[in-house]
Design a protein around this ligand. Structure first.
Ligand code: AQP
Length: 335
């Protein structure tokens, strides 16, 4: 597959965790070598859509940048930058908003999930964030966008907006971005409840493995992770209806680069205690070195900020060039 330009990002809304790693960063590390240009953004403007999570925005932005680098995103190969350091994201977001029928936004399931019961109290930013996400992608003419299953609908919106603007102005200014659905739909679930996603915003720290967790914390969290009374079955099919067991087996499979069936075959008939020890070792071997690396990078704040400003220079150059073409295509007066 020829990949011209990849764009993806994570919201700096709290402790970056195993779900963000397995569902996103882990795949980007591989992909960065297959593509001609990589843009990995820390989407701080998107963090503003959930106002309760913006307390440590600057710190969290640096932490996400440190996680990218510590996990293997190479700043020499990939531009790492904060979304707010490229003002064109907001400009294009506004322009695209003017081409977005409300009916399209009303269909977005994430708004319904995140706004909850009191939709009329939800903010415009939360409602409109898929448009800003479309701007993030289309601003750079990204050819490929690695996204989780839950973001597929938003990528569809970006494609619809690209087609609508191209058609309206009889131009091909926006190439169609292609989704890359990550890790065969790898969705890491909470360690406390196998039916809800592992999330930064979960109030229980025991629901997730954070990328900066120590060995002790990982041991404790896996020991306390919810399971059931049944032994590990021989087949993956027999895990149906056992979401916590399924989640731990999926995590082990992803971490050890095996498939879940192989894990079931190895541990079939055992209870979870032996399995949990092996899973803990596996997590410690991968996560603790990344966490230590993150701590080192966080100590060198000036260096980290330099990486972000270098990334922003690359992103701004590209964005300004494209924005000039976009402004011309839609007929705005030249500066
Ligand atoms: N549990 C997960 N399993 C697999 N992938 C996940 N991602 C997030 N959680 C999981 C993937 O990480 C990327 C960036 O996520 P994000 O932080 O921008 O948005 P999010 O999905 O809202 O992440 P959180 O942790 O749930 O944050 P909060 O609690 O702030 O909403 C995406 O590719 C996402 O699929």
């Amino acid at each position: 597959m020829t990949i011209k330009r990849i764009l993806s990002g994570i919201r700096p809304t709290g402790d970056i965790h195993l779900g963000n790693y397995l569902g996103a960063i882990y795949n980007w590390v591989e992909m960065q070598h297959q593509s001609q240009q990589n843009l990995f953004c820390i989407v701080d403007l998107h963090a503003l859509t959930t106002l309760q999570q913006t307390e440590n925005l600057a710190l969290n932005t640096r932490t996400v940048a440190a996680a990218y680098i510590a996990a293997g995103i190479d700043p020499k190969k990939s531009a790492i930058f904060a979304q707010s350091h490229v003002p064109n994201h907001s400009e294009l977001g506004w322009i695209l908003g003017c081409f977005t029928p409300l009916g399209w936004l009303n269909r977005m399931t994430q708004f319904k999930d995140k706004a909850g019961k009191h939709k009329e109290l939800a903010h415009l930013g939360l409602y409109a964030y898929p448009v800003l996400m479309a701007a993030d992608i289309l601003l750079y003419k990204a050819s490929h966008v690695p996204v989780g299953e839950d973001q597929k609908q938003h990528l569809e919106l970006a494609r619809d907006l690209a087609a609508a603007v191209n058609h309206r102005f009889n131009t091909d200014i926006f190439p169609m971005p292609e989704p890359i659905i990550q890790g065969a739909g790898m969705r890491v679930m909470s360690l406390r409840d196998g039916t809800s996603k592992m999330s930064k915003s979960d109030i229980s720290d025991y629901s997730r493995i954070n990328m900066m967790d120590t060995q002790d914390m990982i041991e404790q969290k896996i020991r306390k992770a919810k399971t059931d009374m049944e032994p590990i079955p021989e087949t993956v099919a027999a895990l149906a209806g056992r979401p916590e067991a399924q989640n731990l087996i999926n995590i082990f499979a992803a971490m050890s680069k095996q498939n879940p069936q192989e894990i079931c075959s190895v541990f079939a008939g055992n209870n979870f205690s032996e399995f949990k020890k092996k899973l803990t070792d596996c997590l410690i071997n991968t996560i603790v070195p990344i966490g230590n690396n993150m701590r080192e990078l966080m100590k060198e704040e000036t260096e980290l900020d330099k990486i972000l400003s270098n990334g922003a220079i690359i992103a701004n150059d590209l964005a300004e060039k494209h924005m000039y073409e976009i402004r011309s295509a839609i007929g705005l007066l030249k500066k």
